[in-house]
Design a protein around this ligand. Sequence first.
Ligand SMILES: Cc1cc2nc3c(=O)[nH]c(=O)nc-3n(C[C@H](O)[C@H](O)[C@H](O)COP(=O)(O)OP(=O)(O)OC[C@H]3O[C@@H](n4cnc5c(N)ncnc54)[C@H](O)[C@@H]3O)c2cc1C
Ligand code: FES
Length: 300
Amino acid sequence: MAHEAAHFADRAWHGTVAVIENVPLARDTYRVRFDCPELAARITPGQFVMLRIAGGDDPLLGRPLALYDTVLDAEGNPRGIDVVYLVVGKLTRRLAELRPGARLEVWGPLGNGFPVYEAEHLILVAGGIGQTPFLALAREQRGLRVYGQAPRAVSSSPRRITFCYGARSQEYLAGLDDFASLGIEVCTSTDDGSAGHHGFVTDLVAAALEERSTVDRTAADARRVVCCGPEPMMAAVARIAAQAGVPCDASLETPMACGLGICFSCVVRVRTGEPVESSPWDYRRSCVEGPVFDAARIVF
Ligand SMILES: Cc1cc2nc3c(=O)[nH]c(=O)nc-3n(C[C@H](O)[C@H](O)[C@H](O)COP(=O)(O)OP(=O)(O)OC[C@H]3O[C@@H](n4cnc5c(N)ncnc54)[C@H](O)[C@@H]3O)c2cc1C
Ligand code: FES
Protein backbone atom coordinates (compact mmCIF):
# COMPACT_ATOMS: atom_id res chain seq x y z
CA MET A 1 0.00 0.00 0.00
CA ALA A 2 1.31 3.46 -0.89
CA HIS A 3 2.73 5.51 1.95
CA GLU A 4 2.43 8.73 0.04
CA ALA A 5 -0.93 9.97 -1.06
CA ALA A 6 -2.49 13.33 -1.76
CA HIS A 7 -4.89 12.90 1.14
CA PHE A 8 -2.25 12.14 3.76
CA ALA A 9 -2.65 14.31 6.82
CA ASP A 10 0.66 16.17 6.59
CA ARG A 11 -1.16 18.38 4.10
CA ALA A 12 -4.09 19.05 6.41
CA TRP A 13 -5.07 22.60 7.28
CA HIS A 14 -5.46 23.29 11.02
CA GLY A 15 -7.05 26.40 12.44
CA THR A 16 -9.87 28.10 14.28
CA VAL A 17 -13.06 28.95 12.42
CA ALA A 18 -16.29 30.81 13.15
CA VAL A 19 -19.72 29.20 13.19
CA ILE A 20 -22.00 30.93 10.67
CA GLU A 21 -25.15 29.01 11.51
CA ASN A 22 -26.22 25.92 13.41
CA VAL A 23 -29.74 24.81 12.57
CA PRO A 24 -31.91 21.76 13.34
CA LEU A 25 -32.62 19.39 10.42
CA ALA A 26 -34.39 16.54 12.19
CA ARG A 27 -34.72 15.08 15.67
CA ASP A 28 -31.36 15.48 17.49
CA THR A 29 -29.79 16.32 14.13
CA TYR A 30 -28.24 19.67 13.19
CA ARG A 31 -26.34 21.27 10.35
CA VAL A 32 -23.44 23.47 11.40
CA ARG A 33 -21.94 25.84 8.82
CA PHE A 34 -18.54 27.36 9.37
CA ASP A 35 -16.41 29.76 7.40
CA CYS A 36 -13.23 28.15 6.11
CA PRO A 37 -12.21 28.91 2.50
CA GLU A 38 -8.93 26.95 2.87
CA LEU A 39 -10.80 23.72 3.63
CA ALA A 40 -13.75 24.38 1.34
CA ALA A 41 -11.45 24.76 -1.66
CA ARG A 42 -9.70 21.43 -1.06
CA ILE A 43 -12.17 18.98 0.45
CA THR A 44 -13.77 16.30 -1.72
CA PRO A 45 -16.85 14.08 -1.16
CA GLY A 46 -16.27 11.34 1.43
CA GLN A 47 -13.47 13.23 3.17
CA PHE A 48 -13.93 14.44 6.72
CA VAL A 49 -12.69 16.99 9.22
CA MET A 50 -11.73 16.61 12.87
CA LEU A 51 -13.56 19.10 15.03
CA ARG A 52 -13.24 20.43 18.61
CA ILE A 53 -14.74 23.34 20.49
CA ALA A 54 -11.99 26.00 20.44
CA GLY A 55 -10.51 27.19 23.70
CA GLY A 56 -11.65 24.26 25.83
CA ASP A 57 -10.58 20.75 26.72
CA ASP A 58 -13.89 19.00 27.26
CA PRO A 59 -13.89 16.84 25.26
CA LEU A 60 -10.15 16.86 24.77
CA LEU A 61 -10.03 14.86 21.55
CA GLY A 62 -11.49 15.99 18.26
CA ARG A 63 -14.30 14.04 16.59
CA PRO A 64 -14.45 13.05 12.91
CA LEU A 65 -17.36 14.51 10.93
CA ALA A 66 -17.92 14.04 7.21
CA LEU A 67 -18.27 16.80 4.65
CA TYR A 68 -21.99 17.33 4.02
CA ASP A 69 -21.38 20.04 1.45
CA THR A 70 -19.36 23.10 0.61
CA VAL A 71 -20.97 26.53 0.53
CA LEU A 72 -20.17 28.93 -2.32
CA ASP A 73 -19.80 32.69 -2.04
CA ALA A 74 -21.45 35.21 -4.41
CA GLU A 75 -18.69 34.65 -7.00
CA GLY A 76 -19.15 30.90 -6.88
CA ASN A 77 -15.95 30.19 -4.92
CA PRO A 78 -16.02 27.61 -2.09
CA ARG A 79 -16.13 29.50 1.20
CA GLY A 80 -17.93 27.51 3.89
CA ILE A 81 -18.30 23.93 5.05
CA ASP A 82 -21.55 22.27 6.13
CA VAL A 83 -21.42 19.35 8.53
CA VAL A 84 -24.53 17.45 9.66
CA TYR A 85 -24.38 15.72 13.03
CA LEU A 86 -26.50 13.58 15.30
CA VAL A 87 -26.32 14.37 19.00
CA VAL A 88 -24.95 11.21 20.64
CA GLY A 89 -22.29 12.25 23.14
CA LYS A 90 -20.14 14.98 24.61
CA LEU A 91 -18.96 16.88 21.55
CA THR A 92 -22.19 16.76 19.60
CA ARG A 93 -24.20 17.82 22.70
CA ARG A 94 -21.98 20.86 23.11
CA LEU A 95 -21.95 21.55 19.39
CA ALA A 96 -25.76 21.72 19.34
CA GLU A 97 -25.65 24.61 21.84
CA LEU A 98 -23.34 26.81 19.76
CA ARG A 99 -24.60 30.04 18.24
CA PRO A 100 -23.23 31.99 15.25
CA GLY A 101 -19.84 33.48 16.06
CA ALA A 102 -18.76 30.56 18.30
CA ARG A 103 -15.28 29.27 17.52
CA LEU A 104 -14.35 25.75 16.45
CA GLU A 105 -10.94 24.14 16.06
CA VAL A 106 -10.83 22.17 12.82
CA TRP A 107 -8.27 20.13 10.90
CA GLY A 108 -8.66 18.59 7.46
CA PRO A 109 -9.45 17.64 4.78
CA LEU A 110 -8.77 14.09 5.96
CA GLY A 111 -9.22 10.61 4.56
CA ASN A 112 -9.23 9.21 1.06
CA GLY A 113 -12.85 10.14 0.25
CA PHE A 114 -14.82 8.62 -2.60
CA PRO A 115 -13.31 8.14 -6.04
CA VAL A 116 -15.24 9.47 -9.03
CA TYR A 117 -17.49 6.55 -9.93
CA GLU A 118 -18.00 5.48 -13.53
CA ALA A 119 -21.00 3.22 -12.88
CA GLU A 120 -24.15 3.75 -14.89
CA HIS A 121 -26.31 3.07 -11.86
CA LEU A 122 -24.96 4.28 -8.53
CA ILE A 123 -26.81 2.99 -5.48
CA LEU A 124 -26.03 5.00 -2.34
CA VAL A 125 -27.07 3.37 0.92
CA ALA A 126 -27.27 5.23 4.23
CA GLY A 127 -28.26 4.04 7.67
CA GLY A 128 -28.89 6.57 10.46
CA ILE A 129 -26.52 9.54 10.29
CA GLY A 130 -24.62 7.70 7.52
CA GLN A 131 -26.35 9.85 4.91
CA THR A 132 -23.95 12.76 5.50
CA PRO A 133 -21.19 11.91 2.97
CA PHE A 134 -23.64 11.27 0.15
CA LEU A 135 -25.01 14.73 -0.60
CA ALA A 136 -21.71 16.07 -1.97
CA LEU A 137 -21.01 12.76 -3.73
CA ALA A 138 -24.39 12.79 -5.49
CA ARG A 139 -24.00 16.48 -6.36
CA GLU A 140 -20.59 15.83 -7.88
CA GLN A 141 -21.71 12.71 -9.74
CA ARG A 142 -24.64 14.64 -11.21
CA GLY A 143 -22.13 17.18 -12.51
CA LEU A 144 -23.67 19.95 -10.40
CA ARG A 145 -20.55 21.00 -8.50
CA VAL A 146 -16.81 20.61 -8.74
CA TYR A 147 -14.87 19.75 -5.58
CA GLY A 148 -11.17 19.80 -4.76
CA GLN A 149 -8.18 21.90 -5.67
CA ALA A 150 -7.22 19.79 -8.65
CA PRO A 151 -10.86 19.62 -9.72
CA ARG A 152 -12.00 16.05 -10.28
CA ALA A 153 -13.37 15.35 -13.70
CA VAL A 154 -16.68 13.48 -13.72
CA SER A 155 -16.41 12.12 -17.24
CA SER A 156 -19.73 10.34 -17.56
CA SER A 157 -22.02 10.95 -14.64
CA PRO A 158 -24.15 7.91 -13.80
CA ARG A 159 -27.36 7.70 -15.75
CA ARG A 160 -29.10 6.85 -12.53
CA ILE A 161 -28.46 7.51 -8.85
CA THR A 162 -30.64 5.79 -6.28
CA PHE A 163 -30.33 6.96 -2.69
CA CYS A 164 -31.59 4.38 -0.16
CA TYR A 165 -31.88 5.98 3.27
CA GLY A 166 -33.02 4.17 6.42
CA ALA A 167 -33.62 5.59 9.88
CA ARG A 168 -35.29 4.57 13.13
CA SER A 169 -38.36 6.70 12.37
CA GLN A 170 -39.50 9.59 10.21
CA GLU A 171 -38.39 12.26 12.68
CA TYR A 172 -34.74 11.20 12.23
CA LEU A 173 -34.72 11.47 8.42
CA ALA A 174 -32.54 14.53 7.81
CA GLY A 175 -31.87 16.52 4.66
CA LEU A 176 -34.38 14.75 2.39
CA ASP A 177 -35.10 18.00 0.52
CA ASP A 178 -31.38 18.49 -0.13
CA PHE A 179 -31.15 15.06 -1.74
CA ALA A 180 -34.41 15.39 -3.68
CA SER A 181 -33.23 18.74 -5.10
CA LEU A 182 -30.40 16.91 -6.92
CA GLY A 183 -32.85 15.06 -9.15
CA ILE A 184 -31.90 11.61 -7.87
CA GLU A 185 -34.23 8.81 -6.76
CA VAL A 186 -34.74 8.98 -2.99
CA CYS A 187 -36.10 5.82 -1.29
CA THR A 188 -36.60 5.80 2.46
CA SER A 189 -37.22 3.15 5.06
CA THR A 190 -37.98 3.37 8.75
CA ASP A 191 -37.79 0.71 11.43
CA ASP A 192 -41.23 1.71 12.77
CA GLY A 193 -42.94 2.26 9.41
CA SER A 194 -43.60 5.97 10.05
CA ALA A 195 -42.20 6.89 6.59
CA GLY A 196 -41.28 5.00 3.45
CA HIS A 197 -40.78 1.26 3.50
CA HIS A 198 -41.51 -0.38 6.86
CA GLY A 199 -38.30 -2.32 7.47
CA PHE A 200 -34.57 -2.09 7.02
CA VAL A 201 -32.69 -0.15 4.37
CA THR A 202 -31.17 -3.44 3.23
CA ASP A 203 -34.62 -4.33 1.80
CA LEU A 204 -34.37 -1.24 -0.42
CA VAL A 205 -30.91 -2.23 -1.62
CA ALA A 206 -32.04 -5.75 -2.47
CA ALA A 207 -35.02 -4.31 -4.38
CA ALA A 208 -32.84 -1.82 -6.27
CA LEU A 209 -30.47 -4.61 -7.29
CA GLU A 210 -33.24 -6.96 -8.34
CA GLU A 211 -35.27 -4.52 -10.38
CA ARG A 212 -35.24 -4.59 -14.15
CA SER A 213 -33.27 -1.69 -15.49
CA THR A 214 -31.97 -0.22 -18.70
CA VAL A 215 -28.39 -0.53 -17.46
CA ASP A 216 -26.29 -3.07 -19.34
CA ARG A 217 -25.48 -5.38 -16.45
CA THR A 218 -22.79 -7.20 -18.37
CA ALA A 219 -20.57 -4.11 -18.48
CA ALA A 220 -17.85 -4.09 -15.82
CA ASP A 221 -18.90 -1.89 -12.88
CA ALA A 222 -22.24 -1.11 -14.58
CA ARG A 223 -23.72 -0.85 -11.12
CA ARG A 224 -22.00 0.19 -7.92
CA VAL A 225 -23.17 0.23 -4.33
CA VAL A 226 -21.69 2.67 -1.80
CA CYS A 227 -22.77 2.47 1.84
CA CYS A 228 -22.29 4.31 5.12
CA GLY A 229 -23.87 3.67 8.51
CA PRO A 230 -23.73 1.27 11.43
CA GLU A 231 -21.35 -1.66 10.86
CA PRO A 232 -23.96 -4.46 10.93
CA MET A 233 -25.90 -2.61 8.24
CA MET A 234 -22.81 -2.14 6.10
CA ALA A 235 -21.88 -5.81 6.53
CA ALA A 236 -25.38 -6.78 5.34
CA VAL A 237 -25.21 -4.38 2.38
CA ALA A 238 -21.78 -5.77 1.44
CA ARG A 239 -23.23 -9.31 1.47
CA ILE A 240 -26.23 -8.35 -0.68
CA ALA A 241 -24.01 -6.54 -3.20
CA ALA A 242 -21.56 -9.47 -3.34
CA GLN A 243 -24.42 -11.92 -3.96
CA ALA A 244 -25.57 -9.74 -6.86
CA GLY A 245 -22.00 -9.51 -8.18
CA VAL A 246 -21.98 -5.73 -7.76
CA PRO A 247 -18.91 -3.94 -6.37
CA CYS A 248 -19.50 -2.16 -3.08
CA ASP A 249 -17.58 0.50 -1.18
CA ALA A 250 -18.12 1.25 2.50
CA SER A 251 -17.36 4.51 4.27
CA LEU A 252 -16.56 3.55 7.86
CA GLU A 253 -17.55 5.54 10.95
CA THR A 254 -14.73 4.10 13.09
CA PRO A 255 -14.04 6.14 16.25
CA MET A 256 -10.89 8.22 15.81
CA ALA A 257 -8.62 10.06 18.22
CA CYS A 258 -6.21 12.00 15.99
CA GLY A 259 -7.44 11.69 12.39
CA LEU A 260 -3.83 12.09 11.31
CA GLY A 261 -2.52 8.52 11.14
CA ILE A 262 -0.53 8.72 14.40
CA CYS A 263 -2.47 6.96 17.17
CA PHE A 264 -3.78 3.76 15.47
CA SER A 265 -7.07 4.04 17.41
CA CYS A 266 -9.03 3.73 14.16
CA VAL A 267 -7.63 0.51 12.70
CA VAL A 268 -9.86 -1.89 10.79
CA ARG A 269 -9.12 -5.34 9.43
CA VAL A 270 -8.76 -5.33 5.65
CA ARG A 271 -8.04 -8.32 3.41
CA THR A 272 -4.92 -7.59 1.40
CA GLY A 273 -4.55 -10.31 -1.24
CA GLU A 274 -6.31 -12.40 -3.86
CA PRO A 275 -8.67 -14.18 -3.85
CA VAL A 276 -10.21 -11.63 -1.53
CA GLU A 277 -12.42 -13.95 0.58
CA SER A 278 -9.58 -16.22 1.67
CA SER A 279 -6.69 -13.77 1.67
CA PRO A 280 -5.01 -12.73 4.93
CA TRP A 281 -5.98 -9.47 6.58
CA ASP A 282 -3.93 -6.69 8.03
CA TYR A 283 -4.77 -3.56 9.99
CA ARG A 284 -5.42 -0.37 8.07
CA ARG A 285 -5.90 3.07 9.60
CA SER A 286 -9.36 4.26 8.73
CA CYS A 287 -8.36 7.94 8.99
CA VAL A 288 -5.64 7.91 6.32
CA GLU A 289 -6.13 4.69 4.34
CA GLY A 290 -9.92 5.06 4.59
CA PRO A 291 -12.58 5.81 5.62
CA VAL A 292 -13.69 4.45 2.21
CA PHE A 293 -12.74 0.81 1.57
CA ASP A 294 -13.75 -1.92 -0.83
CA ALA A 295 -16.46 -3.52 1.33
CA ALA A 296 -15.53 -7.03 0.16
CA ARG A 297 -12.11 -6.58 1.80
CA ILE A 298 -13.35 -5.44 5.20
CA VAL A 299 -13.44 -8.09 7.92
CA PHE A 300 -16.62 -6.90 9.64
C1 LIG B 1 -15.02 9.42 8.92
C2 LIG B 1 -16.16 9.64 9.87
C3 LIG B 1 -17.17 10.52 9.54
C4 LIG B 1 -18.22 10.75 10.42
N1 LIG B 1 -19.18 11.63 10.05
C5 LIG B 1 -20.19 11.89 10.89
C6 LIG B 1 -21.18 12.84 10.52
O1 LIG B 1 -21.12 13.43 9.43
N2 LIG B 1 -22.15 13.10 11.40
C7 LIG B 1 -22.22 12.47 12.63
O2 LIG B 1 -23.16 12.75 13.41
N3 LIG B 1 -21.31 11.56 13.00
C8 LIG B 1 -20.29 11.27 12.17
N4 LIG B 1 -19.33 10.37 12.55
C9 LIG B 1 -19.44 9.73 13.89
C10 LIG B 1 -18.96 10.70 14.97
O3 LIG B 1 -17.60 11.01 14.79
C11 LIG B 1 -19.14 10.06 16.36
O4 LIG B 1 -20.48 9.78 16.61
C12 LIG B 1 -18.56 10.91 17.46
O5 LIG B 1 -18.03 10.06 18.43
C13 LIG B 1 -19.55 11.82 18.15
O6 LIG B 1 -18.87 12.51 19.18
P1 LIG B 1 -19.54 12.77 20.60
O7 LIG B 1 -18.50 13.37 21.48
O8 LIG B 1 -20.82 13.52 20.46
O9 LIG B 1 -19.93 11.34 21.11
P2 LIG B 1 -18.98 10.38 21.94
O10 LIG B 1 -18.90 10.88 23.34
O11 LIG B 1 -17.73 10.16 21.21
O12 LIG B 1 -19.88 9.09 21.91
C14 LIG B 1 -20.11 8.40 20.68
C15 LIG B 1 -20.93 7.17 20.93
O13 LIG B 1 -20.24 6.32 21.78
C16 LIG B 1 -21.01 6.09 22.94
N5 LIG B 1 -20.10 6.11 24.07
C17 LIG B 1 -19.38 7.16 24.51
N6 LIG B 1 -18.64 6.81 25.54
C18 LIG B 1 -18.90 5.50 25.76
C19 LIG B 1 -18.43 4.55 26.70
N7 LIG B 1 -17.55 4.87 27.65
N8 LIG B 1 -18.89 3.28 26.60
C20 LIG B 1 -19.77 2.94 25.64
N9 LIG B 1 -20.24 3.80 24.73
C21 LIG B 1 -19.82 5.06 24.80
C22 LIG B 1 -22.03 7.20 23.02
O14 LIG B 1 -23.18 6.81 23.69
C23 LIG B 1 -22.27 7.43 21.58
O15 LIG B 1 -23.20 6.51 21.07
C24 LIG B 1 -18.27 10.09 11.70
C25 LIG B 1 -17.28 9.19 12.03
C26 LIG B 1 -16.22 8.96 11.12
C27 LIG B 1 -15.13 8.03 11.48
S1 FES C 1 -7.33 8.28 14.31
FE1 FES C 1 -5.26 8.27 14.95
S2 FES C 1 -4.37 6.88 13.50
FE2 FES C 1 -6.39 7.09 12.80
